[in-house]
Design a protein around this ligand. Structure first.
Ligand code: NAD
Ligand code: UDP
Length: 324
């Protein structure tokens, strides 16, 4: 009998790619999402499949799934700064109450439980690159704290269920990931720049653009998560691509890729915006024999190919990142 996996946040960017991967590996997949930042379009191709079920449900409320579950992957959560700033309470609830509900389900089903944690647990890091044993530098009452602290609590309660209830748990700390199915208006830097280039708008850099990020292509991330789930690694593991770049250089790369003749304009840096970020992936290399394979150049080409298919109307609808 094939294994059955519950994936929360299934209609989102990462959740939908995970659904595809587990279906391709022969699992039965139960997707769950309340569509607050997700889109059924991301998984509509799975609806005709016998191995796929979908439930429209808010996991911050009690979660019931009948039948066996071998694995639970908790990916439901707003993930981009403009999303979690618009819906801060839901963000805190899905990281805390949602995680608690799903841990209860994992206990009942004797399922292995994996959470999508984040590089944001390191806050604005004073250690560079970030290793898993760095405890972070998070402002607990700053605007980003609704996300960062929810994720830190999520790690804490997951570890507590492991220690006190013997639940099998895994924690992936995901660094900035990109690829097809990101929302053009989710406010994250890559869809923001590509959307602006496609609409003929200037590219908006926040701050002076000297802050850094390191971008991982989604297929590499999914491979890392798959390996982590099947490993016996209980402590958190960073998954990301260490190829670090300043936001200014990144904007130049997007200008070159899209051939736009627009210029760069500068806006104020949001409060508590991390100045630098790069994953140390020694642990993933050693324990999971994993490292990213897709260069930023190749990943950006694929992602631009996806966004290029958007109609003029779709591009207009996502102007100024106004729509959800
Ligand atoms: P996304 O917004 O595309 O997907 C999140 C999904 O969760 C959406 O479909 C949304 O509707 C759903 N959701 C939110 N709250 C819910 C609730 N209460 N009940 C049910 N469904 C709910 O974001 P994403 O980029 O795919 O991120 C997925 C996960 O990965 C998140 O937990 C995020 O914190 C984590 N993560 C992502 C990144 C990244 O670079 N994309 C980095 C670090 C961590
Ligand atoms: N950023 C930017 N212009 C934009 C959107 C984002 O310069 O239009 C910056 C943002 O301030 C941050 C970096 O790009 O320094 C990455 O932002 P994103 O929201 O993608 O991810 P996060 O800050 O959560 O890593």
């Amino acid at each position: 009998m094939s294994k059955r996996v519950l994936i929360t946040g299934a209609a989102g960017f990462l959740g939908s790619h995970l659904c595809d991967r587990f279906i391709a590996e022969g699992y039965r997949v139960v997707g769950m999402d309340n569509l607050i930042t997700g889109d059924l379009k991301n998984i509509e191709h799975l609806f005709p499949l016998e191995n796929f079920e979908f439930y429209n449900h808010d996991v911050s409320n009690f979660v019931h799934v009948s039948g066996k579950l071998d694995y639970i992957l908790h990916f439901a959560s707003p993930a981009s700064p403009i999303d979690y700033l618009k819906i801060p309470i839901q963000t805190l609830k899905v990281g805390s109450l949602g995680t608690h509900n799903l841990l209860g389900l994992a206990k009942e089903k004797k399922a292995r439980f994996l959470i999508a944690s984040t590089s944001e647990v390191y806050g604005d890091p004073t250690v560079h690159p970030q290793t898993e044993d760095y405890w972070g530098n998070v402002n607990p009452v700053g605007p980003r704290s609704v996300y960062d602290e929810a994720k830190r609590f999520q790690e804490a309660i997951t570890m507590a269920y492991h220690t006190f209830h013997g639940i099998e748990t895994r924690i992936v700390r995901i660094f900035n990931t990109y690829g097809p199915r990101m929302r053009l208006n989710d406010g994250r830097v890559l869809p923001a720049f590509i959307g602006q280039a496609l609409r003929g708008e200037d590219l908006t850099i926040f701050g002076d653009g000297s802050q850094t990020r390191a971008f991982c292509y989604v297929d590499d991330l999914v491979e890392g998560i798959y390996r982590l789930l099947l490993s016996d690694c209980v402590d958190p593991v960073n998954i990301g691509n260490p190829d670090e770049i300043t936001i200014r250089d990144f904007a130049e790369e997007i200008i070159k890729l899209t051939g736009t003749s627009q210029k760069i304009i500068y806006h104020p840096l949001p409060q508590d915006d991390p100045k630098q970020r790069q994953p140390d992936i020694s642990k993933a290399r050693k324990l999971l024999d994993w490292s990213p394979k897709i260069s930023r150049q190749d990943g950006l080409k694929i992602t631009y190919g996806y966004f290029k298919n958007f109609t003029k109307e779709e591009l207009e609808a996502t102007k100024n990142n106004k729509e959800f």
